[in-house]
Design a binder for this molecule. Structure first.
Ligand code: URA
Length: 433
């Protein structure tokens, strides 16, 4: 097989065979095929697209390029959750204990934040002592004992995707549905769960800015998951404004704890109930979505989900006093107010811009190597459709650098648009695929 022929075939709009896909994925991972040939192929794929069959074969080839995480020592049906990334998305911190308290094992491998979106592992490190590097034995033992463990990715998962993604990033070939779907799913499928619930975000703070593309991505990922024997469902949810009120690591942990104490923001609670219901049904802990939702509401109202979070923190070496008394969590030196200059309603706030403000304050990473400031971030006081009066606080900026904080106060005034009442009601869940 020659790489030249594969590029030419795709350039001319033909479908690649499984063997051809395996050839270029393997060859590139090993370093036998140079960047310039793969770049040309990626552009041909970008322009001429891939069929569903090609996308599944690409996913399999990337999945097979690395390690797989065996969860067979964990008892019960394992259902994973994955979000395509958003701003203020602390869902895992709330949803994990909720479904674990309903009896579903949560064996979660999470990531760190990059760019304007945050990562669960960074957030968890706001709790003193909490370890996210667990041995395989400890991870398994914790899930078997208390139904929940969260750790960083171990092993070399989908190295082909790492190389291809880095190349796509510099060749303007990232935003192709097949390439995104296969990239995400090759990593998800490497963890041996029985089912997967995907939270596909759409809107200004998401990868997918419009519904049609989010739907296509969701459909493609669900097809890949199901075709590989995993029960897969996707929830398409709104990311036009941050989820909840808090953006930033310790601030989000505090909001997650409040939510587990049954005192959370409406959108975050609703998203957790929706995703959790699908997880419980796939995991055979409920027959119907309504029944699953009732169980989830019950663990929130009874305090069982909160207790589960405490158990989880304790099991991973964290200081539970940080959960019981959230004022112990890292706090920024300055808290500055963003005040409205006019009366009206919040019309919009670009979630990506809000995320970038948090990043500028130190809450996120510009590059993989950046250090983050766990205490920095933004807490909104108003959300889209809320009524505001002149002089009322729209948001609080938490910063350890007064100058940077003041700059973000100015930027947020521009980002949070005030005007007439929106005509259309805002939606959180668009559809289920
Ligand atoms: N996230 C991924 O992991 N891969 C993509 O291609 C896009 C987003």
């Amino acid at each position: 097989m020659r790489m030249y022929d594969i590029i030419k075939k795709k350039r001319d709009g033909f479908e690649l065979t499984k063997e051809e896909i395996e050839f270029f994925v393997e060859g590139y991972t090993k370093g036998d095929i140079p960047d310039y040939q793969i770049s040309a192929l990626l552009m041909a794929i970008f322009l001429n697209k891939m069929t569903k069959r090609e996308t599944v074969d690409l996913t399999k080839a990337m999945l097979d390029s690395g390690d797989k995480i065996d969860l067979s020592n964990i008892e019960g049906i394992k259902v994973d959750k994955h979000s395509t990334g958003g701003v203020g998305d602390k869902t895992t911190l709330v949803l994990g204990p909720m479904v674990a308290a309903c009896g579903l094992p949560v064996a979660k491998m999470s990531g760190r934040g990059l760019g304007h979106t945050g990562g669960t592992l960074d957030k968890l490190e706001s709790i003193k002592g909490l370890r996210i590097e667990l041995s395989k034995e400890e991870f398994t033992r914790n899930v078997n004992n208390i139904n929940i463990a969260v750790c960083g990715q171990t092993g070399d998962i989908a190295p082909a995707d790492k190389k291809l993604y880095a190349l796509r990033d510099v060749t303007a070939t990232v935003d192709n549905i097949s390439l995104i779907a296969s990239s995400i799913m090759s990593k998800k499928l490497a963890v041996g769960s029985d089912g997967i619930v995907l939270d596909v975000k759409v809107g200004s703070g998401a990868f997918m800015k419009d519904f049609d593309n989010a739907y296509k991505l969701a459909e493609e990922m669900v097809d890949i998951g199901n075709s590989m024997g995993r029960k897969t469902v996707a929830v398409i949810s709104n990311m036009d404004e941050p989820l909840g009120y808090a953006v930033g690591n310790a601030l989000e942990v505090k909001e997650a704890i409040e939510t587990l104490r049954n005192n959370g923001p409406e959108d975050l609670v609703e998203l957790c109930l929706t995703l959790g219901s699908h997880m419980l049904v796939i995991g055979n802990k409920a027959k119907y979505l309504d029944e699953a939702r009732e169980k989830l509401v019950d663990v929130l109202e009874s305090g069982k989900a909160y207790e589960k979070f405490i158990e989880f923190v304790e099991a991973q070496g964290g200081d539970v006093n940080y959960v019981k008394n959230t004022s112990l969590l890292p706090q920024a030196e300055y808290v500055l107010e963003v005040k409205s200059d006019e009366d009206g309603y919040v019309q919009s706030m670009n979630a990506e811009e809000v995320g970038k403000c948090a990043l500028f304050l130190g809450a996120g990473r510009e590059t993989k190597e950046s250090e983050i400031d766990l205490s920095a971030g933004i807490v909104l006081a108003k959300k889209v459709d809320d009524k505001v009066s002149k002089g009322e606080v729209l948001a609080y900026v938490h910063s350890n650098d007064k100058g940077k904080g003041e700059e973000i106060v100015r930027r947020l005034k521009d980002i949070i648009k005030i005007g007439d009442k929106n005509k259309d009601e805002k939606k959180l869940i668009f559809t289920i695929v």
